[in-house]
Write a protein that binds this ligand. Structure first.
Ligand code: F6R
Length: 608
């Protein structure tokens, strides 16, 4: 989710790089930097904080002369936000400078390999490994070095590379992370996203995975990994800047909903190596785990709803009792906490005041803390004993979607990891859970491809006055999330109930035409849910049902059905949530609501 810009041509590079980075600011970032060839060597300037800090440092680029360069805005994943961890990252001798979006999954092994061969590292980033490897393999031909590096690295990347030995070229390559090449007159560009270069050109090449682009002032050549030239047709971009910022979507929320397969894959796959879950930096041991009599989960809003799912999942898998608390309640209610308690803290921003205060209180009382956070270097991440990051990238829309989905993914990783540490899973169960987990991104993708069905349902109901969400077990937790999403962005009144609770009073609110969204994804509770659906239907409700593909008998009792793919029970929420987010989004957009709400760049919620 970082931003990449590169320039080669006749004009000063640095002012253009800064301008391009400015156009990518909406993506969120925590530091920025540029590298420019100044006639003799690569000049690299980087700074933590807003782009303005970097601009002031180099007087809007005037202090960094040269006509070829790369620039970057970083959203920290490996290593806290700092000057040294910012990009460009540079090789030992300063010959190579690299900007990178994505995650190099095997960077630690590669780093150790290079350290044993005498290479010294200065940053905590995975990107520095790429710069150092380039220098290590470089024997006079950059493309050969790039190909060798690509054969070594695993993960996702968009890379912009410059080399002091070849100042007449920029090199660009990508895998699973977007990168485009802009085509100008006697000047060419690279960028992670179209808005960065729209002021200079609308003609671009979209780079495919493992294509290597050699970009010079006079032209661009694209090669495959066998150094064969690939013919490519330029694409003419029609978008205006605002549409381009949102990747062609009308709202950031839509863009972020659609980014979920990638965000979940990015969060899961680097943590599964050779059929085992590897949680780097987690210091929790099997012996410590045995000492815990209880796990508390504290969070706010949607993150609290993830906590509700986590309670079911952790109890089922680890057999340790779990209590979930809204952080603003936990901190004021004198919870019974001691060193035999693990407190799991969930927060996208890592700065939510109530969640932070609840965590501090738990620590004061002696608990061990483990946080699930999206923002590296945030207060919750810094202060918890252990942290597992959700690699969702910056979330700009006010309503969380991809952070929620990646939090769920981390919950599954953690639950399987802990259950295995405490000996609660057989080898077969462990392998089966991993298979289901790894299949989630494709299943999410499949639901997203079917989004027109949800759009149609939204078009039938966007004028609803009241909406009830009902479900049992994990579907109850999902009902709460569906209801929150809907009211948050569409301003429609909605409530969520454990389906079995309806008859204890609330059913009196269901009358002719009331919209009820009934979640019935759990096979063992399906018949019970159908009885609940019949109860609300008898009072005249219009019922939209959601279930898994095999339960077609739901069609006899509901007005419309949305089917989701099958997965194991505990992982159903990762699929159930997608239609709920889409429904809320489409209803709000049909009502003309201000969905993204004016916000400041990267989302950071600090509510007291
Ligand atoms: C709902 C939403 C909020 C956040 C809550 C916690 O769509 O985004 O309910 O989930 O404010 O924020 P974080 O996760 O940053 O602690």
């Amino acid at each position: 989710m970082c931003g990449i810009v590169g320039y080669i041509g006749g004009d000063p590079a640095a002012p253009f790089l800064l301008q391009g980075l400015e156009k990518l600011e909406y993506r969120g970032y925590d530091s920025a930097g540029v590298a420019v060839y100044d006639g003799t060597s690569l000049r690299v300037v980087k700074a933590k904080g807003r782009l303005q800090v970097l601009k002031d440092l180099i007087h809007d680029g005037k202090d960094v002369p040269g006509t070829v360069g790369i620039g970057h805005t970083r959203w920290a994943t490996h290593g806290a936000p700092s000057d040294i961890n910012s990009h460009p990252q540079v090789s030992d001798s300063g010959k190579f400078a690299v900007v990178h979006n994505g995650i190099i999954e095997n960077y630690l092994a590669l780093k150790q390999h290079l350290i044993r061969r005498g290479v010294s590292f200065v940053s905590e980033t995975d990107t520095e490994v790429v710069a150092q490897l380039l220098e290590y393999y470089y024997k006079g031909d950059i493309m050969d070095a790039v190909i060798k590096v690509l054969q070594k690295v695993e993960g996702s990347y968009a890379l912009g590379i410059i080399c002091a030995d070849k100042p007449d070229q920029l090199v660009a390559v990508r895998k699973d992370s977007p990168l485009i090449i802009g085509l100008g007159q006697e000047e060419n560009f690279i960028a992670s996203d179209v808005p960065a270069i729209l002021s200079r050109t609308r003609d671009i090449y979209r780079l495919n995975d493992n294509e290597i682009a050699i970009i010079q002032r006079e032209g661009v050549r694209i090669y495959d990994m066998d150094k064969e030239l690939i013919p490519k047709e330029p694409v003419h971009v029609e978008w205006d800047v605002t549409a381009a910022e949102k990747g062609g979507y009308e709202h950031f929320m839509a863009k972020e909903i659609m980014e979920q397969p990638k965000a979940v894959r990015d969060t899961i796959s680097p943590r599964i190596k050779d059929g085992r879950i590897v949680l780097d930096n987690i210091t929790l041991t099997a012996d410590q785990l045995k000492t815990f009599r209880k796990i508390f989960i504290v969070a706010c809003g949607s993150a609290y709803h993830v906590g509700m799912v986590a309670k079911y999942v952790l109890e089922k898998m680890t057999r340790i009792p779990v209590e979930v608390d809204v952080a603003s309640e936990f901190r004021y209610r004198e919870p019974i906490i001691d060193e035999k308690v693990l407190v799991l803290v969930i927060s996208q921003s890592g700065e939510t005041a109530d969640t932070l205060a609840a965590m501090r209180e738990a620590k004061r009382l002696g608990a061990r803390t483990l946080s699930i956070v999206n923002v590296v270097g945030s207060s919750i991440a810094n202060e918890s004993d252990d942290v597992i990051y959700t690699w969702a990238g910056p979330e700009i829309a006010v309503a969380t979607t991809k952070a929620y989905s990646t939090q769920l993914a981390v919950v599954y990783l953690l639950a399987i990891y802990m259950a295995d540490l405490s000996g609660c899973l057989t080898a077969e169960e462990y392998a089966a859970y991993l298979t289901e987990l790894q299949a989630l991104p494709d299943k999410i993708e499949k639901i997203l491809q079917n989004r027109e069905n949800i759009q149609y349902l939204a078009s039938q109901h966007f004028n609803a006055k009241d909406v009830f969400f009902i479900g049992r077990n994990l579907d109850y937790a999902m009902s709460l999330e569906g209801s929150l999403k809907l009211k948050e962005i569409s301003y429609i009144h909605s409530d969520a109930y454990a389906a079995g609770e309806l008859k204890h009073g609330t059913i009196s609110l269901v009358e002719d035409g009331t919209l009820v969204i009934a979640l019935a994804t759990h096979q063992n509770l399906f018949d019970k849910m159908m009885s609940n659906v019949k109860e609300v239907k008898a009072r005249g409700a219009v019922v939209l049902g959601m279930t898994t593909e095999n339960n077609t008998q739901i069609e006899q009792v509901t007005d419309h059905v949305f089917y989701i793919p099958q997965t194991c029970d505990v992982m159903l929420p990762s699929l159930t949530v997608i239609p709920l987010q889409l429904f809320a989004y489409y209803v709000a957009s049909m009502k003309g609501c201000d969905i993204d709400k004016p916000r400041n760049l990267a989302k950071s919620v600090t509510v007291e």
